[in-house]
Design a binder for this molecule. Structure first.
Ligand code: DGJ
Length: 744
């Protein structure tokens, strides 16, 4: 049942989340046909008479669906050129981009991966050395299809897993060289889907430092359109995600497909409309950073890509991704827990602090009701102290001049502070950037060969730093030991792990992927050694905000830009793919450091409430008594809102790109209550503000908002009138409201 405005009611959500039936999951249907069936989606393919895998369908359940009919050879291309192919290889007349492209020992790049068998596994095996979704046999089933290029002996095992509750299908594949000579993998797209013809749009997230996650929608034109990161990290520039939608699909209506790569390194997305108008979309490793040699007997597993389907527009697609990622990807002990309100030292102090200054700030934090005090950059380095950004990275020892009594003694003084409101001892957290080294460091003096470099090419420095080569085992071990030592040395309950530059001169095109495998080994080791620590990813803001990182860490710093107007765009954009629980969002001073805009403290706070990790970066000592009282109230509000952000379903009711009154609604999974965050960017005069139609509620239920009762039907079909009176003048720009909605 769909509400007349196209949104799904609570009852519908309950129905689609019911226990899996016998037809759900991965199945072989009769003669070499396969179905990956979810509660609201079906994915089908079959093996044709030649042994090729042919893609039949991906979309809403379509009982009675017949397999895709091949049109046969035509013109210049072989039959593959207008075929919907499930695992496109290269060199036999399909002139589109392949999912797999290998160079054989002979120098040839022609392959024919044909079907040799399959098996079905309840649950989902781990991917060796890579982050991936997980689940029990009740949550997920896996179909492995075995293919072989019989001329070379290369085997490809395609591994599909279906999570019926979330309309999600994941895929990765493993190549095994069963031949006698070394081959080179040139291209390996984890997922490649051949959609039909018709009008398609694609949606992606792109940006820059301080301007991440800009949602962009464009038509899929004839030819290839795509994007990539070749930075070695997922990057600010583009996010490893693409959505494909018929051009009529909106935020709330119509089919939406999301492809998301569980990976943190260089990636590639291609969307190609070819001569017959069919559209192929693929996502995977960046071929510029691959050329992976595979010796006889060796195997290579691609990162996992996730495909989700929703018939409820981009909003439904996002909720499927959010739920899948919260429940079956992010495995931190913190993922499902509410996060402590924090105060971070960075914007209020930068490198300019002493232990006494920090203690004063920590004391203030505790008095304001803040539960976690975070010491950002600048605490380490002895011979080359980190008192500015041109020295010390790599030397993970506390600066003895800044902390004469040592880190442990300092942390103890912090923990002795009692947080106002009976919130217990103040927690302590710390910043690290372990993948980097300043040439001005003891580490670089001892190991100049440990950095990424390419022969005699200049070692380009960015922010006066170089990157350690994490593809080397000894570098991985150094980081595990050095960071482990710091984390054991004091009562550290939170870590912000930064990464502030892209990879330039590489020893080899294979290095970025080998680096990522090394990084994942380091993260696996540290997160399993310190399961109680709340880790936050950061890469000059959101430069590595991706599903691979989310597997290890439950949250990432969304952007270095904390201006609330900019943040509305960045946070709404980020929420297209990532659960709001994973966004770190802070309140900084006004005028803001980044765009110099002055906005009310309450507005800044209400914008930051959108994220699961709420905090401040303020010079608390400079605040007036009135501001302090306001901050205390904001902390209490943040603690009330946080459970909705961590556990709730997000409905983007109005987008900042489209409306002066953006709004986000977080509905608790049992539907009993919700919180509405609503904003007025600019004051307007003599214009009726649109009624805000809510979503995700129970039509028949009655809800109370600020003492007034409404039926769910009224809230969802008619809408809520928000009173943006100009009586706030002269500060009617940048107004906001937080409203709690309770079923009576
Ligand atoms: C970049 C991060 O994004 C900032 O939040 C801060 O931690 C600095 N690095 C510290 O150098």
């Amino acid at each position: 049942m769909t509400a007349s405005n196209g949104t799904t009611s609570l009852n519908d959500r309950k129905a689609t989340n019911s226990a899996p039936s016998a037809d759900l999951g991965a199945r072989a249907l009769g003669d070499k046909q396969f179905a990956l069936t979810a509660q609201g989606a079906d994915y089908r393919f079959h093996v044709d008479a030649d042994g090729e895998l042919v893609h039949d369908y991906f979309g809403a359940p379509a009982p009675g669906l017949a397999p895709w009919e091949s049109r046969g050879a035509n013109g210049w291309g072989h039959k593959q050129v207008d075929e919907r192919r499930e695992f496109p290889d290269h060199g036999r007349g399909d002139f589109r981009l392949p999912a797999i492209h290998v160079r054989h020992g002979t120098g040839s790049t022609v392959s024919f991966f044909e079907y040799v068998g399959h098996h079905i596994i309840p649950g989902k095996p781990k991917l060796p050395g890579l982050p991936a979704t997980f689940g029990t046999p009740e949550d997920v089933t896996t179909l492995v299809v075995h293919l072989e290029d019989k001329r070379s002996g290369i085997k490809a095992d395609l591994s599909y897993s279906v999570f019926p509750k979330y309309n999600a299908i994941t895929r990765s594949f493993t190549l095994t060289n069963g031949g006698t000579s070394t081959i080179e993998i040139q291209r390996a797209a984890s997922f490649s889907i051949d959609f039909g013809s018709g009008d398609w749009d694609m949606v992606s997230l792109s940006g820059e430092w301080c301007r991440e996650a800009k949602e962009t929608r464009r038509k899929v034109q004839i030819g290839t359109q795509g994007f990539q990161s070749s930075t070695g990290h997922s990057s600010h520039y583009f996010n490893p995600f693409v959505a494909l939608l018929p051009s009529t699909t909106t935020e709330t209506h119509g089919p939406a497909y999301g492809l998301s790569l569980v990976y943190s390194g260089s990636f590639n997305v291609d969307v190609e409309r070819h001569a017959f108008n069919l559209v192929r979309a693929s996502i995977g490793l960046n071929p510029l950073h691959l050329s992976w040699p595979l010796a006889p007997g060796e195997s290579f597993t691609t990162p996992e890509a996730v495909a989700v389907y929703s018939s409820e527009g981009l909003g439904g697609m996002s909720r499927n991704l959010h739920s899948l990622y919260r429940n079956h990807l992010s495995r931190s002990s913190w993922t499902q827990r509410e996060r402590p309100v924090l105060l971070n030292s960075w914007e209020g102090m930068y490198f300019d602090f002493t232990a006494e200054m920090l203690y004063t700030r920590a004391k203030d934090a505790a008095e304001l009701g803040v539960s976690l005090f975070v010491l950002d950059d600048g605490w380490f380095g002895d011979k080359h102290p980190r008192v500015h950004d041109n020295a010390g990275l790599g030397d993970w020892v506390v600066n003895p001049r800044r902390f004469p009594a040592g880190l442990d003694a300092f942390v103890k003084t912090v923990n002795e502070l009692k947080v106002e409101g009976g919130r217990g001892p103040l927690k302590f957290g710390i910043w690290v950037e372990p993948e980097m080294v300043n040439p001005s460091s003891e580490l670089y003096e001892a190991h100049p060969d440990w950095v990424l470099h390419s022969g005699t090419h200049k070692r380009t420095e960015m922010r006066q730093q170089l990157i350690l080569d994490l593809s080397k085992r000894e570098v991985q071990d150094y980081i595990i030991e050095a960071i482990g030592k710091i984390l054991w040395s004091a009562h550290i309950e939170y870590v912000k792990w930064d990464c502030n530059r892209g990879m330039h001169e590489l020893p080899s095109p294979t290095t970025p992927h080998a680096y990522m495998l090394g990084l994942y080994r380091v993260l696996e080791s540290l997160t399993t050694s310190f399961p109680q620590i709340l880790f936050e990813g950061c890469a000059s803001g959101g430069g590595r905000f991706d599903p691979g990182i989310l597997y290890y860490w439950p949250q990432s710093w969304t952007s270095d830009d904390t201006d609330p107007i900019e943040r509305l765009h960045i946070q709404f954009g980020t929420s297209l793919v990532y659960p709001p629980s994973s966004m770190g969002c802070h309140v900084s001073a006004a005028p803001g450091e980044q765009v110099g805009r002055t906005t009310p403290l309450l507005f800044r706070a209400h914008v930051a409430l959108m994220g699961g990790s709420f905090g401040f970066e303020l010079e608390t000592e400079k605040m007036s008594a009135e501001e302090r009282a306001q901050v205390t109230e904001i902390v209490a509000l943040a603690e009330r809102v946080n459970p909705y952000v961590i556990h709730g379903d997000l409905y983007r009711l109005a987008l900042p790109d489209e409306s002066n009154w953006p709004a986000a609604l977080y509905v608790k999974p049992d539907g009993s209550s919700a919180v509405l965050l609503a904003y007025q960017i600019y004051a307007r005069i003599r214009i009726d503000t649109p009624l805000l139609r809510l979503q995700g509620l129970d039509h028949a239920a009655v809800y109370e908002i600020d003492g007034v009762h409404y039926t769910g039907a009224v809230l969802m079909h008619v809408g809520l009138k928000l009173d943006w009176k100009p009586e706030h003048l002269p500060a009617a720009d940048h107004q906001s409201k937080v409203l709690f909605i309770n079923r009576v």
